[in-house]
Design a protein around this ligand. Structure first.
Ligand code: ADP
Ligand code: MG
Length: 698
């Protein structure tokens, strides 16, 4: 296979546009993409026609506006290119109007009250900054999705708004530092995607996996991930075949899939792409998740993107690597060889520190979901408390600025590996701290809290906005500064920011109990669960931030809160119903049948051999009877609680809290009993594939 040749072969990218569009149209399109101007109808018509011809040559018969509603997945509605001509003929057509604007009948997508049924229209609008591509013989056009009144109904629109905002504010800083060449500042993102692969036949034997994407019951196998033998281990042939095909499919779609490796948990893997512009990275991550699922199915596997499919082994996250750079190629988060003298870097770093401290709640909120609640704070993923890791060197530099002292360069150490043939290299400015939710990793920040099934649009919208806000404050201050020494004015801001916001910096172990205590002392916010976190989205300070930067209107914020909480309630509800169903219809019948058989066996034995003890059978029957009684009681309790909570009317935040307190907890207790039963019965009678089957027999 010729990889450079297949790369991007299904994408209407810049190269194809250059080749197929009249020069004049191409230039105008490029210009409107770069300057963010609206496209004229004429240009759109020419582009549409070229796109259609190209797509048909590649075998496409349909087109769709591809968008990201607030459901978590992408949506599409396919239309064929055919248009009747005369009585019995058709031609293949695609107009500029069809390219630019769509009106999907999408009234069932969640809008959180924005669209009443009488104004249920939703529109999709071409986003020319992300390339069109072909998937399943359909030309997919990336679009934004909004209401009749112009309110965003998707994840892309606020993201694009935030990109404009951070560009505007970062450019002011760049100019203040004397750069006259750069035309804009772009956000770059590389999302690392974790996932599990399991056998499809086994998956289909478990209702919990099929309905909820995670195991709701399941005893731990004797071996988990404690030997660390899966992490970066040799990849099994079946998985390797999947990864090979996945890479190829992604390359065709222009996704820069780069690294594939095994993760910490058995059956867990990761895919990391090479970073790109945030809008493209977001679309590509959505495509990646979709292609993962499809490719897995071809190999009779199932790709689980749930944040916590298995209790007792690591869950899956999505590490969002984030940075900003100029169009001239300068990474503004690159410390350089002498970070202590790189004031522009230190100023931007300060903006991020201030942003993360002042809006720690928003970073927590943007990763909240029923699934991720199982992961955050489970001593394997970052805790629900937001803090940031900078490493010793940067911390030392900030401290010396704060104390008006010289930074001691000797502190930088050379790394000696102790093997002379290996080159000596300078120690990375940041050692790896895998426990931090927000870590500086050399020339970018790695936000580790997003869940594996998330769209990265939300987290990046927040990151862009909060950093834009701080950059704006700094730019205002510097532009108005009367200090004739610019460097001194900058250092003043850095010093003040560090003094006021250093509480957010934590270089230690975020999994420890001491950190929870320490964070509390520092006054950091801690929202352990989704119902606790989400309502703060609409706190006054957050509404002020979003409306000021035109990211979300107040109504968009309240509607999003409602959708997220609603989704939380529905998820927990489905999980509880699934659990009740499994326990009542499968677990209890199997176990009672098993105890009956044990009892019969014991009686038989006694009839055969007078005076024999049958200790084992009697002991087991006793134990299992006690456990099944408990299980029976607990499932009754859960069912009653569920009836009560489901019937609650009114405030969605209260309902979500009730789900959290009255359903999630009893489910955990019920599970403990079920898992103990599983550990005490014959594997042959257990109605489901076990953790051992799921995690190790692939
Ligand atoms: P690790 O697993 O150690 O965190 P990886 O190499 O797996 O590191 O992932 C690093 C990710 O960060 C990759 O997706 C990479 O493309 C991305 N990345 C590197 N530089 C930048 C940057 N300047 N902006 C955004 N992402 C970046
Ligand atoms: Mg990483």
């Amino acid at each position: 296979m010729n990889i450079p040749e297949i790369f991007g072969s299904l994408v209407f990218n810049d190269r194809v546009m250059k080749e197929r569009l009249p020069e004049d149209t191409y230039n105008k399109l490029k210009k409107s993409i770069e300057d963010g101007d609206a496209l004229t109808f004429e240009i759109a018509s020419v582009v549409a026609s070229a796109m259609k011809d190209w797509a048909i040559e590649k075998g496409a018969t349909h087109y769709t506006h591809w968008f990201q509603p607030l459901t978590g997945v992408t949506a599409e509605k396919h239309d064929s290119f055919i248009t009747p001509k005369g009585h019995d003929e058709i031609i293949m057509e695609f107009s500029g109007k069809e390219l630019i604007k769509g009106e999907p009948d999408a009234s069932s997508f969640p809008s959180g009250g924005i669209r009443a049924t009488f104004e249920a229209r939703g529109y999709t609008s071409w986003d020319p900054t992300s390339y069109a591509f072909i998937k399943d013989n359909t030309l997919c056009i990336p679009t934004a999705f909004y209401s009749y009144g112009g309110e965003a109904l998707d994840k892309k629109t606020p993201l694009l708004r935030s990109v404009e905002e951070i560009n505007k504010q970062a450019m002011r800083i760049v100019r203040l530092f004397g750069d006259t060449e750069a035309k804009n500042v772009r956000v770059t993102v590389g999302p690392e995607q974790e996932y599990f692969l399991i056998d499809k036949d086994l998956y289909e034997k478990r209702k919990d996996l099929m309905y909820t994407g995670r195991t709701i019951l399941g005893a731990k196998p004797p071996k988990g991930q404690e030997m660390d033998d899966h992490y970066f281990g040799a990849i099994k042939p079946r998985v390797a075949a999947f990864m090979k095909e996945l890479d190829e499919e992604l390359w065709k779609l222009g996704v820069l899939a780069k690294t594939e490796h095994n993760e910490a948990a058995p059956a867990q893997h990761e895919l990391a792409p090479i970073y790109s512009d945030v809008n493209l990275a977001t679309d590509h991550n959505q495509i990646t998740m979709e292609v993962m699922k499809k490719t897995a199915a071809k190999h009779n596997l199932v790709c689980l993107l749930h944040e916590k499919p298995f209790l007792g082994v690591n869950g899956s996250g999505k590490h969002n690597n984030w940075s900003i750079s100029t169009d001239t190629g300068i990474n503004l988060l690159e410390p350089g060889k002498l970070p202590q003298t790189n004031l522009r870097f230190l100023l931007i770093l300060s903006a991020v520190i201030k942003a993360v401290d002042e809006y720690q709640d928003l970073l927590r909120i943007t990763v909240a979901s029923a699934g991720n609640d199982h992961r955050l704070g489970a001593a394997e993923a970052p805790p629900a408390i937001v803090s940031m890791f900078l490493g010793d060197q940067l911390l030392g530099i900030l401290e010396s600025i704060e104390k008006h002292a010289e930074y001691d360069e000797e502190a930088k150490m050379n790394m000696e590996v102790g093997v002379h043939v290996l080159p000596t290299f300078q120690k990375d400015t940041t050692d790896r701290n895998r426990t931090s939710p927000f870590a500086f990793t050399g020339n970018k920040f790695e936000f580790r809290m997003p869940g594996s099934s998330f769209s990265i649009a939300g987290p990046n919208t927040i990151l862009n906005t909060i950093v834009a806000e701080e950059l704006e404050q700094f730019a205002n201050e510097l532009e108005a500064s009367e200090d004739d020494d610019f460097g001194r004015a900058v250092r003043r801001i850095i010093r003040r920011t560090y003094r006021e916001h250093r509480r957010i910096i934590f270089n230690g172990n975020n999994y420890s109990e001491e950190w929870k205590e320490e964070a509390k002392k520092r006054g950091l916010s801690n929202y352990p669960s989704t119902p606790e976190a989400i309502p703060h989205f609409a706190d006054e300070k957050n509404v002020a931030l979003f409306t000021k930067h035109n990211i979300y209107t107040k109504r968009e914020i309240t509607s999003r809160c409602e959708i997220i909480l609603e989704n939380y309630c529905k998820t927990v509800n489905i999980e509880a119903l699934t659990m009740i169903d499994m326990v009542r219809k499968e677990v209890l019948p199997a176990v009672t049948k098993y105890t009956a058989k044990l009892s019969e066996g014991a009686l038989e034995k006694k009839r055969l051999i007078v005076g024999i003890s049958c200790k084992t059978e009697i002991g087991l029957v006793k134990k299992l009877s006690r456990l099944t009684d408990e299980l029976y009681e607990k499932v009754d309790f859960l069912e009653k609680a569920l009836e009560r909570v489901t019937a609650m009317e009114g405030d969605i935040a209260q309902k979500a809290t009730a789900y959290r307190e009255e359903i999630v907890e009893p489910m955990a207790k019920l599970r403990t009993v079920a898992d103990e039963i599983e550990s005490n019965v014959s594997e042959n009678i257990w109605p489901y594939p076990t953790y051992c089957d799921l995690l190790f027999r692939i």
